[in-house]
Design a protein around this ligand. Sequence first.
Ligand SMILES: N[C@@H]1[C@@H](O)[C@H](O)[C@@H](COP(=O)(O)O)O[C@@H]1O
Length: 260
Amino acid sequence: MEVVIAPGDQLARIAADAIETLLRSQPDSVLGLATGSSPLKVYDELARRHVEDGLGFGRARAFMLDEYVGLAPGHPERYRNVIETEIASRVDFAPDAVQGPDGNAGDLPAACAAYEAAIVGAGGVDLQLLGIGTDGHIAFNEPGSSLASRTRIKTLTQQTREDNARFFDDDIDRVPRHCLTQGLATIMSARHLVLLATGKGKAEAVHQLVEGPVSALWPATIMQMHPHATVLVDDAAASRLQLAGYYRQTYASKPDWQGL
Ligand SMILES: N[C@@H]1[C@@H](O)[C@H](O)[C@@H](COP(=O)(O)O)O[C@@H]1O
């Protein structure tokens, strides 16, 4: 696991660089897209590079991490709509190139199985962007999630519903109680994981993610088992890291040939 501590804007550029390098060398790459506020600056940077530098997404495909259950198709906070607004509509993905789990399916378990099959059918995800919840969840794998889980229905914790109420007019009663989410094993199948976290509110989750024992109690800790995981954090999110000095020193002396 590589930990990079840098200012927020720089983190977004580092993540966008990794995606650009991938797309330029392999235009038919499969990207994993995350919702939440953490990746928004990355999406802004990718949209800018699309317009100004001709970065193309026309042959790429993308899979979303998760989706609320039961939000109306036109609801602005439905993750499919958020991804459309924040990135898909701003670049040149082909129609239907971006897929997400169907939180309005009549048969939700079947929709989860179909989603897993679609990811496998596309050859798996090359680069998965991730944020992290304050309780250490990735996608919507809440504490207690099986470390071997695949796409399935989950119940959101009170903490996550409180955290996400800001997207629902600060009214927790409007935040759905259930979601469909890629499982931890699904996420671990991606070839490169790139997690972004900023702000003091994420400091404990980041400490656990990088330095805590691997445990279902802090689901993101499974990333310690991934052969290619990058954690991009600002000073505030890094403030509880015990080995912050070592991570800074390692990144400062990173060889040019190494890449992210
Ligand atoms: N399902 C999403 C996660 O994918 C995201 O990582 C998390 C953190 O969001 P933010 O980046 O806004 O802090 O929020 C939601 O729960």
